[in-house]
Design a protein around this ligand. Structure first.
Ligand code: DQA
Length: 150
């Protein structure tokens, strides 16, 4: 079965309790369930991961690139959290692995502090979903699926 990778970066393990006025009350486990439901409708398996460590995310992106080339994975939905705004390493990993990525942000980062307005990932992303709460993951899975269909 073909899979879709859902990657979550730093502090997203705290979803549900961290700034609920910004990120809502859903937990990361709720997001995983939502992703499984949505991917399932498209006949896709879900690989769902979270790490607070930049290098771990780089490793997973590289591995996913190999999976995509082998035809076992369509790409990744990536919420890199604050690494979005700092990480050239994640930019290079996506580019180097030629991994189709949809960048997701739960909050509308453009309505927030200036330092959240720049993304190192957007230039190497297939698409971007911002500001729709955790429902953005469902939108991103569908967008990635459509964008990578041959
Ligand atoms: C976030 C936005 C980032 O600026 C922030 O650092 C996060 C979450 C979002 O989903 O809205 O950790 O990526």
């Amino acid at each position: 079965m073909t899979s879709v990778l859902i990657l979550n970066g730093p502090n997203l393990n705290l979803l549900g309790t961290r700034r609920p006025e910004i990120y809502g009350s859903a937990t990361l486990a709720d997001v995983e369930e939502l992703c499984r439901q949505e991917a399932g409708k498209l006949g896709l398996d879900t690989v769902f991961r979270q790490s607070n460590h930049e290098g771990q995310l780089v490793d997973w992106i590289q591995e996913a690139g190999t999976e995509v080339k082998a035809g076992r994975c369509i790409g990744a939905v990536l919420n890199a959290g604050a690494y979005t705004h700092t990480s050239i390493a994640l930019h290079d990993a996506i580019e180097g692995a030629e991994l189709p990525v949809v960048e997701v942000h739960i909050s509308n980062v453009h309505r927030r502090e200036e330092f959240r307005h720049h993304s190192y990932l957007s230039p190497v992303a297939r698409g971007i979903v911002v500001g729709f709460g955790v429902y953005g993951y469902a939108l991103a899975i569908n967008g990635l699926y459509q964008a990578t269909r041959t």
